[in-house]
Design a protein around this ligand. Sequence first.
Ligand code: GLA
Length: 391
Amino acid sequence: MKVEKEQALRVHRQRFGREGRCFAAPARVNLIGEHTDYTGGFVMPMAIDFQTVAVVSARADGRAVFYSANYDEESGFEIGSLTRQPGGGWSDYPAGVLWSLREEGVAVGGFNMSLAGNVPLGAGLSSSASVEVATAMALLGHARVVLPLEKVATLCRRAENEYVGAKSGIMDQFAVAGCVANRAMLLDCRSLEYDLLPLPDEVRVVICNSMVKHSVATGGYGDRSDEVMAGQAVLRQEKGIELLRDATLEDLEACKGKMTAASFARCKHIITENGRVLEAREALLKGDLERFGVLMVEAHASMRDDFEASCPEVDTLVEIAMRQAGCFGARITGGGFGGCTVNVVGAERAEEFVEAVRREYAAATGIADAQCFVCEPSDGALALLAKGGAE
Ligand code: GLA
């Protein structure tokens, strides 16, 4: 499901009358480790075969002009006068990356950029990180600057946190920039060290979209993050524990009286989830798919009951999935409050699984157009660039 490169170059030529250079970034799905990233914990995402493509060409007047093929809209301004003034639309994401690059000291001359993508929006598959990283790769290419993975990811996160105003962690930008085909990434969100774990040939990763829209920039994500941070602050004050990632359930229990019931439950999810991610890593390395699946189902229950970030439709999707032959595990993926489930399914059963889940979900909820698909563990933006030049 790559965006057609020739088509993207043609759109750029028609719009701006110039040849551009083409850069791409994928989407991601998270196998396990939800809401652990912004408290220094562990996550296990992989890049998937949806893409944002950014085509860039130079212009002489010192302006930045972004064109979104998806929205058929243009947004332009003097680069020198760019301040942190989000307007609330799609262009905040690329403009935020430009702002962040400039904060980083990267000199970016005038440019045209056309963006096109096929990442489902509001599905918890990181459409925003995909746009951010594609933009960053194109602007770095334009500025003839090379930055390491950590820098690309952190500056894109900064764009989202400080320019767009969403409280997200580092997982999405890091995965979208740094994943490698046929591997899941085990990322330590404190040190940014990571392992690339092979995915067993005998399974497929299937994504099912509940079609209930989710957004990181608005809604429950920010509330949950506030509740988590309040709990973490208590642990810091009472126990000297800097990040939730270092807390045990006993530490949390000892602080129970000092925090709200909501903060307690959210922190409990995070502490148990970090344990599950590390166990899932071992299970994957041993090829123990049964255990991996059990951990996914436990992770879903924890997101539903302790983190309270699922919704009835997504719970239904997980229940339907777990009734299917060949399904090892299923859980909500991404920020929550809608979006997709991620499912690990025996390779020979995957197509059957897709059909059955779609049919049973429609019967249970009346939502007949749910997208379910077998996805491809794909290259992140840096690997794409390394393999294809300015691709
Ligand atoms: C969103 C955020 C990530 C992460 C997940 C939940 O995708 O952008 O940083 O917090 O939600 O795991």
